[in-house]
Ligand binder design. Structure first.
Ligand SMILES: C[S@@+](CC[C@H](N)C(=O)[O-])C[C@H]1O[C@@H](n2cnc3c(N)ncnc32)[C@H](O)[C@@H]1O
Length: 274
């Protein structure tokens, strides 16, 4: 599989689902100025007020705008032009409805190209919730994160736990179907799987996804000059990744049968060595 074909296919997928997500994400609270950042991230990353922050793979900007409402000077980057268009529009709508001024700017770029696109440096590089499976080269990704940080700057990631990639997500019960470890060839998801946010929508553009183990991710960051300050594993997930999952009272997803027994999300905070 040619990597640029895989990325172009993924880009078309994200352009297609961006307007679907504008409807399915539930943006009413955000339009009224309510931050969407969850309690785990707030306890691990905040305070962010006054910090220059770049949000990688920002999608339609809901988290980017939330980070800006919480006080950071935020730049959102995504390779989906349609996502960026919607994110800019959403930021304008939040400003107009709330009367609040905040810095949330957006531009379209492939994260893996940022070293040749920008010389800006940031206090915080942030990325979260469904990002690493789209990255074809974890070493280039980690080098980019490091490049974007000022010395002493902070990288923060909250992501689905890679253990979840192993399970068959089409049938009840936890059955190992896919390898945990990275495979050179991406997995081509070409079935009629519904969208993760709007289960009534079947995307026409299919995807290619890469698997990175926890050690791939951590080692790539260490090699790129970061010091890992925090690595946490959590027993709940931010979306419904499997038919057996149920939602708890706080909106997180979990397996009743394996409640608090297996990791579903991990978070990581690292600093750039000075
Ligand atoms: C699951 S979404 C991120 C979701 C986001 N956390 C949210 O809650 O809206 C993944 C995003 O990654 C973007 N993306 C995938 N590969 C990328 C790349 N190589 N460079 C930049 N953006 C990329 C997609 O366009 C999409 O907007």
């Amino acid at each position: 599989m040619n990597d640029s074909h895989a990325e172009a296919t993924n880009q078309a997928h994200w352009d297609e689902v961006a307007p679907i997500h504008l409807k399915s994400y539930g943006i009413e609270d955000l339009l009224n100025g309510g931050s969407q950042i969850d309690s785990i991230q707030k306890s691990e990353l905040y305070p962010i007020s006054g910090k220059d922050l770049i949000h990688l793979q920002c999608h339609i900007g809901t988290d980017t705008i939330s980070l800006a409402l919480d006080g950071a000077n935020v730049t959102g980057v995504d390779f989906s032009g349609e996502s960026i268009r919607i994110a800019k529009d959403l930021a304008a709508r939040v400003r107009s409805r709330t009367g609040r001024t905040f810095k949330a700017e957006f531009y379209q770029a492939n994260v893996l190209d940022l070293k040749s696109i920008t010389s800006e440096k940031y206090d915080i590089v942030y990325t979260s919730k469904g990002v690493l499976c789209w990255i074809r080269d974890i070493r280039v990704w980690a080098d980019t994160v490091s490049y974007l940080l000022r010395p002493g700057g902070v990288f923060y990631l909250l992501e689905s736990h890679p253990i979840l990639n192993m399970f068959d997500d089409t049938a009840s019960g936890l059955r190992v179907k896919y390898p945990y470890f990275h495979q050179h060839e991406p997995t081509h998801w070409d079935d009629d799987h519904p969208d993760y946010s709007d289960s009534s929508y079947i995307p026409k553009n299919k995807t290619y996804e890469w698997t990175w183990s926890l050690s791939d991710i951590v080692n790539a960051l260490i090699k790129s000059g970061l010091t890992i300050e925090l690595l946490n594993e959590h027993s709940r997930l931010f979306y419904k990744a499997h038919p057996d999952m149920e939602m708890d009272e706080d909106g997180w997803w979990f397996f009743r049968e394996f409640k608090d027994k297996i990791p579903l999300t991990f978070s990581l905070l690292a600093t750039k060595r000075g």
